[in-house]
Design a protein around this ligand. Structure first.
Ligand code: ADP
Length: 483
């Protein structure tokens, strides 16, 4: 059974009980009130009856009888002593006769009110016994009756009105209730529909449209939409991560295939050359064979180095992907940068190496890891040398608003502006570097990861043919030197 029907059933049931209690109370009250009033009127009139004598008989006098008749009451007396019955004129006229009390004693059964039906009409009859005051002997029964047809009819009508009214109210209320329940449950239907749509398909962009008030249903829809938005966000992130992972694997295999092909080619060449005895070779002399072998081994060595660099870089990034972090301690920057500057002299280079004033770094500490910071600086410096065939590469430092900027500038080949957003992506190599300068396209991705781990940022200024400047900004912790 749907909530809608259940709600309506409950609502109708409660209304039914309420109407039943209310109608019974109204009916009971009107019933009691009208009869009680009539009874009081009868008792009052009966007590006011005066008696006179007619020979031996004791009878109500004329004026009393008239008064009662005017009040639409019927009077009958029954003289117990002589067994005579007297009836008022209106009784005689209508041919009415009240049953005389059978027991000639005054008791509870006879004294008081009785309901009787005479000539098809309902009557209420009040019986009152009169006794001889001295002997206390029963003398006369006085019976005063009233026709209760009008009262009964009024009560019947009231009963019908109450029953019909209650039934109509119930029908109208339950129909309206069902309509209202359906209306208020409609948005829930929308929630179900949206949930089903998501369950069947993969479209997480579905939202439930609702412009009603912010009541319970409004809140439910709001929560549901919020949940969908978060799920969609998670799903998108997951999809992006999965796509990045796939790209990484495909790029990595592609990058590894090139050195492997070169190595295999050279190994095949060496094998073929050395399978034949040196003396049996007509086309090559000893020196040529030696020269070719030397070049092949050199190629193999270069490619092996390239592969091991690539594998190391990939390993670093794979570690970064698993969320692995390194410990951060306050690191004094001056000795660190000085060491990097000194070691940079020994790098393979064709450009000049300039180091600016590093004394501003005295006492400057950053929260970081010495090894990783050095690795990051070397990535930028090696790149600068790699992409600067002639000219100069320089390193200097700036302090600005609680940050330290490590600036590596070169006057090399530079890049197009629109390439800058991609250079930190894995395996990305700018067009002019591809196939000309050796590299894996992973260096800057690793540098970016190290900078992120240090809560720093990187700024790039570059122009094609004019050179590039990379500034790495790191937050400074001012701590006294540990000495
Ligand atoms: P690679 O191994 O190719 O150097 P990186 O991730 O270190 O990989 O750099 C990505 C690309 O950014 C390089 O291929 C190159 O095109 C460009 N790049 C990086 N540094 C410089 C620089 N100093 N001058 C010009 N281009 C640069």
């Amino acid at each position: 059974m749907s909530i809608r029907l259940r709600l309506t059933a409950w609502y109708t049931g409660i209304l039914f009980v309420t109407l039943l209690i209310f109608s019974s109370a109204v009916y009971g009250f009107v019933h009691l009130y009208t009869y009680e009033e009539l009874k009081q009127r009868i008792v009052q009139q009966a007590n006011k009856v005066d008696f006179g004598t007619d020979g031996f008989d004791v009878l109500p006098n004329r004026s009393s009888a008239n008064r009662l008749e005017d009040a639409d009451l019927y009077i009958q007396t029954y003289n117990v002593l002589n067994n005579r019955i007297w009836r008022s004129d209106n009784m005689k006229f209508s041919g009415l006769q009240f049953e005389t009390p059978s027991v000639q004693k005054v008791n509870k059964i006879n004294n008081g009110f009785k309901r009787v039906t005479l000539n098809g009409n309902p009557f209420i009859v009040y019986q009152l016994a009169f006794t001889e005051s001295n002997t206390n002997q029963l003398v006369l029964w006085l019976q005063v009756g009233a026709n209760t047809r009008t009262i009964e009819q009024t009560l019947d009508r009231l009963q019908s009105i109450l029953i019909m009214g209650s039934a109509a109210t119930l029908v109208i209320a339950s129909t309206l209730g069902l309509f209202l329940a359906r209306k208020s449950m409609k948005p829930i239907g929308k929630v179900t529909e949206a949930a089903e749509q998501i369950q069947k398909g993969t479209d997480l962009s579905v939202r439930i449209e609702y412009d009603g008030p912010q009541d319970e249903i409004g809140q439910l829809i709001g929560t549901f939409n919020g949940m969908l938005e978060r799920t969609e966000g998670f799903y998108k992130e997951l999809e992006d991560a999965y796509a990045a992972q796939r790209r990484f694997v495909s790029d990595a295999s592609h990058e590894l295939r090139t050195p492997l092909t070169t190595i295999r080619g050279n190994v095949d060449l060496l094998q073929k050359m050395w399978e034949v005895a040196p003396g049996e070779r007509a086309d090559m002399d000893e020196a040529t064979i030696k020269q070719i072998s030397f070049e092949a081994v050199g190629d193999i060595s270069d490619e092996a180095k390239r592969m091991s660099r690539l594998v190391n870089d990939m390993l670093s990034l794979a570690r970064a992907d698993t969320g692995q972090t390194f410990e951060l301690d306050p690191v004094p920057l001056q000795p660190l940068v000085e060491e990097v500057a000194r070691r940079a002299h020994f790098l393979e280079k064709t450009a000049e190496w300039h180091v600016g004033e590093l004394s501003v770094l005295n006492g400057v500490y950053v929260e970081g890891n010495k090894d990783y910071l050095q690795q990051m600086l070397f990535i930028f410096i090696e790149n600068a040398f790699k992409y600067t065939p002639e000219g100069e590469v320089s390193l200097d430092v700036v302090l600005y608003k609680g940050q330290v900027g490590l600036r590596i500038s070169d006057t090399g080949i530079g890049m197009d502006k629109d390439e800058v957003p991609f250079i930190f992506e894995r395996f990305y190599r700018a067009d002019q570097s591809r196939g000309i300068t050796s590299g894996t396209g992973l260096g800057l991705s690793i540098a970016k990861w190290i900078i992120d781990e240090h809560k720093g940022s990187v700024e790039v200024v570059t122009r094609r043919g004019e050179g590039s400047t990379f500034i790495v900004w790191l937050p400074v912790v001012f701590a006294p030197p540990l000495e």
